[in-house]
Design a protein around this ligand. Structure first.
Ligand code: SAH
Length: 263
């Protein structure tokens, strides 16, 4: 309980320190420890989760933007000192440390940048076999949701194109200092064995983003920007709205568009 008195929570860094040891341990235990020897914790703060990671048979690195938290970690976790990266996760080139090797990601993430954390992970998916941790509940649910759900969107399709997504458990606001306004949710992403897609990845990202930018419209309308042939636009799939398409159907749609553009 003493930690929070030594590092004052800063709102602009999305700092909500976890106060509950059993939940911290439960989050650390979401790592399967398969297919990697290194884990990167994003936003360790005062190390509530880090101390459970350090007990595991794995090398733990942390990346933390807050100087005050970094000082605290250096003073209290002596065996971690050389593996603290004092940088912004979103801007730092992680291969300065990982040099192309695989690593897992874990964290009680800063909620103000949660979407960008997932996008950066997707960009680096070749090196990231597993990703687990805590988001706002709504974001965690969105990432794990299936077609037909109200919260199904860009993050759901793109994350699940490459990863199996599991919503694991919900965490109430009271176990944080200061408490956030919303509930939190812990999830795990496990990279699919055959995560190389049978379509162009970049085009998939563009198609999914364009489709969900106009959620209510049919794909025929929202995908006009691709200048598709009339012939393709008559395909029944273009009469659907984006939330009706499974991840697999988005991949097939991308293949159709790819062939059409190349003709
Ligand atoms: N894991 C700690 C702290 C969670 S709060 C706990 O559970 O108690 C989120 C943490 O992310 C804070 O320590 C904050 O300083 C850090 N953070 C915020 N933005 C960051 C960024 N861009 N890169 C790295 N760390 C960041």
């Amino acid at each position: 309980m003493g930690n929070q008195h030594q590092v004052k929570a800063k709102k602009h860094l999305g700092q909500h320190f976890l106060n509950d040891e059993s939940i911290a341990k439960r989050i650390a235990d979401t790592l399967s420890l398969k297919n990697y020897k290194t884990v990167l914790e994003i936003g360790p703060g005062t190390g509530v989760l880090t101390k459970y990671l350090l007990k595991k048979d794995i090398t733990t690195h942390v990346i933390e933007i807050d100087t005050e938290s970094v000082e605290y970690l250096k003073n209290n976790y002596l065996n971690l000192a050389s593996r603290i990266i004092e940088k912004d996760f979103l801007k730092y080139d992680l291969n300065e440390v990982f040099k192309g090797e695989p690593f897992a990601i874990i964290g009680n993430f800063p909620y103000n940048i949660s979407t960008q954390i997932v996008f950066k992970t997707l960009e680096m998916r070749d090196q990231i076999p597993e990703f687990s941790g805590m988001f706002q509940k709504e974001v965690a649910e969105r990432i794990c949701s299936k077609e037909g759900s109200k919260v199904y969107g860009i993050l759901s399709v793109l994350a699940q194109a490459f990863y199996d997504a599991e919503y694991l458990f919900t965490v109430p606001p009271e176990v944080f200092n200061p408490p956030p306004k919303v509930e939190s949710g812990v999830l795990r992403l496990t990279r699919k064995e055959n995560y190389t897609l049978p379509c162009n990845d970049k085009l998939l990202f563009k198609v999914v983003k364009a489709a969900f930018q106009q959620r209510r419209k049919t794909l025929r309308n929202s995908l006009k920007i691709f200048n598709l042939s009339d012939n393709l636009r008559e395909d029944v799939i273009f009469g659907k709205r984006p939330e009706q398409l499974s991840v697999q159907q988005f991949i097939e749609l991308t293949q159709l568009i790819e062939n059409d553009i190349n003709e």
